[in-house]
Design a protein around this ligand. Structure first.
Ligand code: HEC
Ligand code: HEC
Ligand code: HEC
Ligand code: HEC
Length: 156
């Protein structure tokens, strides 16, 4: 074979060799040591424990009943029942030890996140009731007229 063919070939072989050597040092010891449960065994055993230790940020509304039963009852029997408390109030881990943690957002943006009418085809047929921000009583906050925990009551 000609040199201009062989030379890149040697470079390629050299590179593959270097990668194989580097692999011995870089791949963690617990990689692929747990049988064939994972495709090709390409999985690091320690990663399972790492995810088990991963701190959960949300509590779910059952955790709120103890102290905020009125809010939970209102929400459960409202059209907002599908919306989680922590969707509006933020992840509650650490609450109530740190009460300041959950700031209350009273802006229109909180609600428009879900209820803003989007200028897309079929948007008017979406299941989530949407409003056009600038045409829907824009001088006031939404919660001046809608209870966030029971929004159907439109006059509070
Ligand atoms: C062990 C009792 C307890 C539990 C459980 C609890 N809270 Fe609270 N929460 C409090 C207390 C005490 C306050 C401060 C007084 C108040 O505003 O009622 C508070 C205040 C709040 C506030 C108002 C914060 C502010 O800035 O004024 C929100 C929002 C809130 N809690 C949401 C939740 C949510 C959501 C959950 C469930 C994930 C929850 N809480 C679970 C005791 C609790
Ligand atoms: C759709 C958004 C939304 C959801 C869902 C929601 N909240 Fe609220 N929450 C608000 C807003 C906005 C306020 C402020 C209301 C005000 O100032 O009139 C508030 C106020 C509060 C307060 C303080 C005033 C009060 O009513 O006691 C507490 C406590 C609270 N929420 C707890 C909860 C709990 C517990 C849940 C779940 C069962 C929940 N919230 C679900 C938006 C929400
Ligand atoms: C995470 C998404 C989400 C957020 C945030 C949210 N909503 Fe809703 N809202 C819904 C869903 C889902 C429904 C029930 C389905 C529907 O009727 O479109 C609903 C229903 C409503 C309704 C119709 C009630 C009825 O019975 O006709 C009103 C009014 C409303 N929300 C107001 C608000 C207000 C005010 C806020 C802010 C405090 C808010 N929403 C925040 C998802 C959301
Ligand atoms: C000044 C009072 C007032 C304010 C502020 C207000 N609304 Fe309303 N809203 C109403 C009334 C009254 C109705 C029912 C009659 C109607 O549809 O006009 C309503 C209806 C709705 C509906 C149901 C629409 C439908 O087609 O059934 C949604 C969703 C809604 N509002 C969301 C919001 C959101 C989100 C905000 C804040 C960005 C907001 N509203 C601010 C008074 C208000």
């Amino acid at each position: 074979m000609k040199w201009h063919v062989l030379r890149p070939l040697w470079v390629a072989i050299g590179l593959i060799g270097a990668i194989l050597v580097a692999r011995v040092f870089l791949v963690p010891d617990d990689f692929g040591v747990h049988g064939r449960n994972f495709t090709y065994g390409y999985h690091r055993l320690g990663n399972i424990q790492e995810w088990k230790d991963f701190p959960v940020k949300y509590q779910g509304r059952e955790a709120c009943i103890e102290c905020h039963d009125e809010n939970v009852e209102a929400l459960n029997s409202s059209t907002h029942t599908a919306v989680e408390c922590e969707n509006c109030h933020g992840p509650a881990i650490g609450h109530p030890d740190d009460v300041e943690l959950l700031a209350i957002d009273t802006t229109r943006d909180l609600c428009l996140r879900c209820h803003a009418f989007l200028e897309y085809p079929n948007s008017d047929r979406a299941e989530l009731i949407s409003i056009v921000d600038r045409r829907h009583r824009r001088r006031k906050e939404c919660i001046a007229c809608h209870d966030p925990h029971d929004p159907t009551e439109s006059t509070r």
